[in-house]
Design a binder for this molecule. Structure first.
Ligand code: T5A
Length: 230
């Protein structure tokens, strides 16, 4: 199994690029499993609704509760979906966010101790980490205005794209946070990329969808397993 994750702030283009990458990988004859966090399991989908719901400050979830919900969703994903297939040499997993998002958001963003988060991540993932991680890097203002643009198009475009429709129904929880919160997250991702340069590739996500997709593909294609039937 080759495990690839896409990380970055709100609206950086992870979902768009995950779809492009899966298409390109599948065109080689390899099997590709696309997952997103939180989600991709029954429990993950339920937790996603809870996590993403906008709340007043009185209703806000504690930061530890939020951390545990992401960890619970990830544990289900690894235990039930990715883990059982990890020995398949022909499989490529493309994850739209993974454990690094928790370090960036709950650690750098919310201020929870990073080493504590890494321990919880290790438990939740059974120490399974991606082979290759793309940081789609863009200033928070650009990403959030992309997401807001998407919301403003509702409901005209909604019926065309179930993911988009779900996103609108989910609310805007993290997008509503301050500029400083999103800047800390961006810094967090950069720190992670610096700490593990062999795993991370930093991609300028302010460019066109095609240019970003080509950069990702150029980094991925030499790492792909040779299909068994090739
Ligand atoms: N979270 C998640 C945590 O706090 N801790 C965790 O451990 C985890 C796993 C998840 C939220 O949970 C937080 C982070 C998130 O806030 P989500 O809906 O999955 O919620 O949020 P995101 O993953 O950020 O998804 P977004 O949709 O907001 O961003 P994407 O996937 O990066 O962006 P995408 O591809 O959907 O694109 C958004 C819009 O921009 C356009 C697209 O067409 C679309 O309209 N676009 C571009 N426009 C111009 N140029 C480009 N290059 C473009 N690329 C995309």
């Amino acid at each position: 199994m080759l495990f690839i994750s896409l990380e970055g702030g709100e609206g950086a283009g992870k979902t768009t690029q995950a779809a492009r990458l899966v298409e390109r990988i599948e065109s080689t004859g390899l099997r590709c499993l696309r997952v997103r966090e939180p989600g991709s399991t029954d429990l993950g989908a339920e937790l996603r609704k809870l996590i993403k719901r906008s709340r007043t400050s009185d209703e806000a979830m504690s930061r530890a509760a939020e951390l545990f919900l992401f960890a619970a969703a990830r544990s289900e994903l690894v235990t039930k979906v990715i883990g059982p297939q990890r020995d398949d040499p022909d499989l490529v997993v493309v994850a739209d966010r993974y454990a690094d998002s928790t370090v960036a958001y709950q650690g750098y963003g919310r201020g929870i101790d990073i080493e504590t988060i890494k321990s919880i991540n290790a438990l939740a993932t059974n120490a399974l980490m991606p082979d290759l991680t793309f940081l789609l890097d863009c200033p928070p203002g650009i990403g959030i205005s992309r997401v807001r643009g998407l919301q403003l198009q509702m409901p005209l475009d909604a019926m065309k794209d179930a993911d988009t429709l779900n996103r609108d129904a989910e609310g805007m929880k993290f997008e509503e946070e301050s500029e400083e919160f999103h800047q800390r997250i961006r810094q967090g991702f950069h720190d992670l990329a610096t700490q593990e340069p062999n795993r991370w590739r930093v991609i300028d996500a302010t460019r066109s969808i095609d240019a970003i997709s080509d950069d990702i593909w150029n980094a991925v294609r030499d790492r792909l397993p040779v299909p068994a039937n090739a």
